[in-house]
Design a protein around this ligand. Structure first.
Ligand code: NAD
Length: 466
């Protein structure tokens, strides 16, 4: 089988590769996963939660190896790799907590001879397809709730992070999950498309781009879909906000994971009267946050993971400046770095709302600023691009903060901090009808998404049993 070679975004050195499982590999994996369903059903939900906690311990025990591989394979800095691992461990523990307490119900009926139990049952075999930006945490956001609720999973991790995927497969085995509960397949779009289309799946969980999410939605059929897609998070800054606080927050969210986060600050709308102060503060903070190698303690963020994102950065910068924006800082990768992916933060001044950087997701370290006159102008600006994931509002006026936050078509809105805020027990996902997905991850919500309701109605022999 052909091996697709990978090179480290950090050094350019060869770091192994990946194989394409293809349609045949997917079909075999679905058969194995289907056969594991009875083994999962033999375990109580509490026993499956014990296995989740054992998985969390196994993951914690290999902290050094996981972090080392994230650095070389992904390119994120050490502090972010450590934080990702901690979040993943926490997600396993939180899912176990919520799964143990998830109750059914026993609604009253009008018929005195009937009793009903409404409880949650597994869906069956769930297909899960995940991206590279959080290659440890995002897969577990699906695998943990799916397994807790008794589903088996066929999972395809991202083709560019096979070492991370291998760690997840290993900790599941070490924790003692029955054979076949999670079957990992390898590959890129070909294997992903074969998995998404497989008719043996009861549900598909996908985190990735909006383009691929739309393709999966089109072939969804009667299966349950949980889609977590792209964002171009608006941050709205009113004239009464503190420019320094805004600058720290915006730069933090635009450089976290080198801007390769779906909840990153992707564009900043600043009230005109305050615009020069906010721009100056952002440029000053940006100048102090440098890109560098992941184990360089002075680096605030690492190189871009994919060559494709570097091309998008160039395209979006060129398009914005051609439409009249001024480059305030950044604009090109470091000339003397080991690869061409060391992009400093780029700040764009006075970006036209028709620009690609304004309407699409750049997924890199970039802060495009656009002035607005007053609240009445905001609706069209926020709507541009049609995404609906995370947003942020900065203002000292509580009424206005709430009014604007409630009106933003986003799954989450943060008031007076950046948009990249999430904890594993909170709902995370896109506003319905927009380009950011369907459904919610986050422990208590994903448990519901990855299970279904069964009503068992009992007819009693007599009436009048209370
Ligand atoms: P991507 O869509 O290119 O790939 C994601 C996964 O889908 C990979 O495993 C890939 O191999 C697979 N894939 C590619 N083409 C496919 C196809 N035709 N059918 C089925 N599977 C296919 O996305 P990416 O570049 O890996 O990830 C970045 C995107 O993910 C960004 O848009 C980002 O915003 C989004 N994202 C969203 C969230 C969220 O929670 N909403 C979280 C992280 C990332």
């Amino acid at each position: 089988m052909t091996i697709h070679e990978l090179s480290s975004p950090v050094t350019g050195d060869a770091i192994g590769g990946w194989r394409e499982s293809g349609a045949a590999g997917v079909a075999a994996a679905v058969t194995v996963a289907a056969a594991a369903l009875p083994r999962l059903a033999e375990l109580s939900r509490w026993q499956r939660c014990d296995l989740l906690l054992a998985t969390a311990r196994a993951l914690a025990a290999r902290r050094d190896e996981v972090v080392a591989d994230l650095l070389v394979e992904h390119g994120k800095v050490r502090a972010e790799a450590e934080a990702e691992l901690d979040t993943a461990i926490h997600a396993l523990e939180t899912t176990a907590e919520y799964a143990r307490r998830l109750d059914g119900s026993m609604p009253a009926m009008s018929d005195p001879a009937k009793r009903v139990l409404v409880d949650r049952i597994p869906l069956g075999v769930v297909g899960v397809i995940t991206p590279w930006n959080f290659p440890i945490n995002i897969p577990l956001e699906y695998l943990a709730p799916a397994l807790a609720m008794g589903n088996s999973v066929v999972w395809k991790g991202a083709e560019s992070t096979p070492r991370s995927s291998a760690h997840i497969a290993a900790v599941l085995a070490e924790a003692g999950w029955p054979e076949g509960c999670v079957v990992a397949v390898e590959g890129g779009p070909e294997t992903g498309a074969a998995l998404a289309a497989h008719q043996g799946l009861a549900a598909v969980g996908f985190t990735g781009s909006t383009v691929v999410g739309h393709q999966i939605a089109r072939i969804g059929g009667m299966r349950k879909l949980l889609l977590e897609l792209g964002g171009n998070g608006p941050t709205v800054v009113f004239a009464d906000a503190d420019p320094q606080q805004v600058a720290e927050a915006v730069v933090t969210a635009a450089t976290f994971c080198s801007g390769q986060s779906c909840a990153a600050t992707e564009r900043v709308l600043v009230q005109q009267s305050h615009y020069p102060q906010v721009l100056d503060a952002i440029v000053a903070v940006a100048a102090g946050r440098t890109v560098g190698a992941p184990d360089d303690p002075t680096a605030a963020f690492g190189p871009l993971h994919l060559a494709q994102t570097a091309r998008t950065m160039r395209d979006h910068l060129a398009d914005a400046t051609a439409r009249g924006a001024r480059l305030a800082i950044g604009g090109a990768p470091l000339a003397d770095a080991p690869t061409d992916r060391y992009w400093p933060l780029s700040v764009l001044d006075r970006v036209d709302a028709a620009s690609l950087v304004f309407t699409e997701e750049t997924f890199g370290p970039i802060v495009p600023l656009t002035p607005f006159r007053d609240e009445s102008e905001l609706g069209d600006l926020i709507d541009a691009g049609g995404y609906g994931l995370n947003g942020a509002v900065f203002t000292a006026d509580l009424d206005r903060a709430f009014r604007v936050a409630q009106a933003l078509p986003c799954g989450s809105v943060v008031i007076n901090d950046h948009s990249n805020v999430w904890e594993t027990h909170l709902p995370f996902g896109g506003h319905p009808g927009r380009g950011s997905g369907i459904g919610r991850v986050g422990a208590p919500y994903a448990l519901q998404e990855l299970s279904t309701l069964r009503s068992t109605i009992l007819h009693l022999g007599g009436v009048g049993h209370g």
